[in-house]
Design a binder for this molecule. Structure first.
Ligand code: GDG
Length: 485
C-alpha cells in the first residue's frame, strides 16, 4: 500500500545537494533576484519535497567571504512547510570543491575517464571543508529525528560530520553517477576517506545493480568491510548499511501533457517541415565528454559517407547545453564538437544543411517541441549514470511515434530494453542502427515504443521515492555488534 508522508511534526525530510532548488543573484538596483534552478536533480526532487514538506540545503549560486556560511531561508511551496536554506561559497571553494574535486576528479573517475581525473591534495582539503560547511547547515536546520537525504558525489563526506554529532541519525545518500570498478576507484588518493564517508549513511542508493556491485566490492577490498552480496548490505562501525539500486524516474505526466498541447504540436510540425528532410534526428545533452557527442557526429558522418542517398533526407539537430564552462576539458570538447559539425556540413551540405547545432539551453516547452518533432532520438553516452533524456523522449512521444537509440553504457539501458542499441565507440554500428530505426516497419516501431512507455510510466518519480522511502524506513534499523568492523 501507499506509504504515509514522512513529515509529521517531529520528523521531517531534509535534503542536501550541491545546487539548491533556487538560484539567487544580487543585481544591484533590482535587489535580490530569485529564480528556480534548472537541472534534472531539481526537477526530480521538487515534487517530492512538495509532497513531504521539509527542508532543502544547497548552494544558491552566490559567492561570499570565508566566514559567511549560511545565506537566506526561502519558502519552497505555497503550503509554507518546505524551505530552502542557502549555502554561501567563496570563489576559491567554487574552484577547488566544485570545478576541482567534484567536476575534474570524481566526475571523470566515476565515468571511467581515469586519464582525465586530476588529483590535487589542496583541492581535497577544500572539498573536506566545504562538506563540513554543508553539514553544519544541515545540523542547524534539522532535528535529531529528521531524515537526512544527501545527493551526489559532491557531498560524500557530509554523512561523517552528521554521524559524529548524531550517532542515531537516519542518513541516506543517492549517488546519481556511475560507481566505477574497484581498481578504478582505488586510483583516487582519498578513496578510503570517501568510502568511509559514504558508510556513515544508513542507506546508499545507485541507479543500477552493477554500480551496487562495484560499490560492495570496493568497500570489501579497500576497507575490508564485511559485505553480504546477496542482500546488498555492508557491516561497518557497528552498523548495517543497505546498498541498493533504485533508478530514478521522471514526472511523465508533465511531458505527456505538454506533448498534447495543440500549440506545441503545431510548432513541432513546423520544426519538422523547416528541417527540410524526410527524417529528423535529435540529440539533447549537457555539453559533456561523457555524453559521446563527437562520437555521435562521427556516426552521422559515416552514414553520409557510406549512404550518400541520405544526405538530403536526414537532418540531425544536436542541442548542447553549456556546462562547466570554466573547466578546460569542457572548453576543448566544445572546440572539437564545433569543428566536427563544421566539417560534416562542409562536406555534405547541398541544398540542405544536414547538421544543426545549438549551444544553449532551451525553454522546457521548446525542448518538448524538439522531442515531439524528432523521428528518432540518439542517446549515446560513453558512460552515463542513468540518463533522463531517454525517458523524457519516450514520455513525450508515447502516445504518438518515435524511435529511441540508446547506448548500453547508459544506466537507463537496464530499464529501457526495447530501445535500439549501439556501441557509441563504433561509428559504423551506430550509423547502421540509425538506419535500422528509420527503416523499421511501423508495427515494430509502435510495439517497441509502447513497451518503453509502459516502463517509464510504471517506474516513475513516485515509484522511485516510494522504493527509497521503504528501504530507508524498514531496512536499515538493525544494529549489529561493533566487532564487525
Ligand atoms: C545526472 C547524471 C542522471 C537538457 N537540455 C535542456 C534541458 N535538459 C534537461 C533534461 C534532463 C536534464 O537536463 C539532463 O539529465 P540527464 O539525466 O540526461 O543528465 P545529467 O545532467 O548528466 O544528470 C545522469 C541524472 O543526474 C539524474 O540522476 O540521469 O546520468 O549524469 O532532465 O530535460 N532542460 C531544459 N532545456 C534544455 O535545453 N529546460
Amino acid at each position: 500500500g501507499l506509504l504515509k508522508p514522512l513529515s509529521y511534526r517531529d520528523r521531517r525530510l531534509v535534503i542536501a545537494s550541491n545546487r539548491g532548488p533556487l538560484t539567487l543573484r544580487d543585481s544591484g538596483s533590482k535587489g535580490l533576484e530569485i529564480t528556480p534552478s534548472v537541472s534534472g536533480l531539481v526537477s526530480a526532487l521538487n515534487p517530492i519535497i512538495d509532497q513531504e514538506g521539509g527542508a532543502w540545503v544547497g548552494w544558491g549560486g552566490r559567492l561570499g567571504k570565508p566566514d559567511e556560511i549560511m545565506g537566506k531561508t526561502l519558502p519552497l511551496t505555497d503550503r509554507n512547510d518546505a524551505f530552502f536554506h542557502e549555502v554561501i561559497l567563496t570563489e576559491e571553494e567554487v574552484e577547488a570543491f566544485y570545478e576541482g574535486i567534484s567536476n575534474s576528479c570524481l566526475w571523470p573517475l566515476c565515468h571511467n575517464f581515469v586519464e582525465k581525473a586530476l588529483f590535487d591534495a589542496e583541492q581535497w582539503q577544500n572539498y573536506r571543508s566545504v562538506n563540513i560547511k554543508y553539514a553544519q547547515t544541515l545540523l542547524q536546520k534539522s532535528q535529531p529525528r529528521d531524515l537526512i537525504w544527501i545527493h551526489d558525489y559532491h557531498l560524500a563526506l557530509v554523512p561523517t560530520s552528521i554521524r559524529l554529532e548524531r550517532p542515531q541519525a537516519q542518513i541516506s545518500l543517492f549517488w546519481h553517477i556511475p560507481f566505477p570498478a574497484p581498481e578504478i576507484f582505488a586510483t583516487l588518493p582519498w578513496a578510503r576517506e570517501l568510502l568511509k564517508g559514504l558508510l556513515d549513511c544508513n542507506l546508499i542508493a545507485f541507479h543500477t545493480e552493477s554500480y551496487v556491485r562495484n560499490f560492495l566490492i570496493t568497500a570489501e577490498e579497500l576497507l575490508g568491510a564485511k559485505v553480504d552480496h546477496v542482500t546488498g548490505s555492508i557491516f561497518w562501525a557497528g552498523r548495517k548499511i543497505i546498498v541498493a539500486a533504485y533508478p530514478i524516474g521522471i514526472d511523465w505526466r508533465d511531458f505527456e501533457s505538454l506533448a498534447s498541447k495543440p500549440e506545441i504540436r503545431q510548432k513541432a510540425h513546423q520544426l519538422k517541415q523547416a528541417s527540410g528532410g524526410d527524417y529528423l534526428i535529435l540529440g539533447v545533452d549537457r555539453l559533456d565528454y561523457t555524453k559521446g557527442i563527437p562520437e555521435r557526429l562521427k556516426a552521422i558522418e559515416w552514414l553520409f559517407e557510406n549512404h550518400p542517398e541520405y544526405k538530403r533526407k536526414i537532418t540531425f539537430i544536436q542541442i548542447a547545453v553549456p556546462s562547466r564552462t570554466q573547466v578546460k576539458a569542457y572548453q576543448s570538447l566544445r572546440r572539437e564538437v564545433e569543428e566536427t559539425v563544421g566539417r560534416i556540413n562542409g562536406r555534405f551540405t547541398e541544398d540542405h544543411i544536414p547538421v544543426r547545432y545549438l549551444f544553449r539551453p532551451l525553454r522546457k516547452d521548446h525542448l518538448v517541441t524538439h522531442y515531439l518533432a524528432a523521428d528518432m532520438c540518439l542517446v549515446t553516452p560513453l558512460r552515463d549514470g542513468l540518463n533522463l533524456v531517454a525517458k523524457e523522449y519516450v514520455a513525450t512521444n508515447g502516445n504518438y511515434s518515435g524511435t529511441l537509440l540508446l547506448s548500453p553504457f547508459a544506466g537507463a539501458a537496464n530499464q529501457l530494453k526495447e530501445a535500439l542499441q549501439a556501441n557509441p565507440y563504433s561509428p559504423q554500428e551506430t550509423a547502421e542502427q540509425i538506419l535500422k530505426g528509420l527503416l523499421m516497419a511501423e508495427g515494430e516501431k509502435k510495439r517497441r515504443l509502447h513497451s518503453l512507455y509502459k516502463s517509464v510510466k510504471e517506474q516513475d518519480i513516485s515509484w522511485w521515492w516510494k522504493r527509497i522511502k521503504q528501504a530507508w524506513l524498514t531496512g536499515s534499523t538493525i544494529t549489529v555488534s561493533p566487532k564487525a568492523t
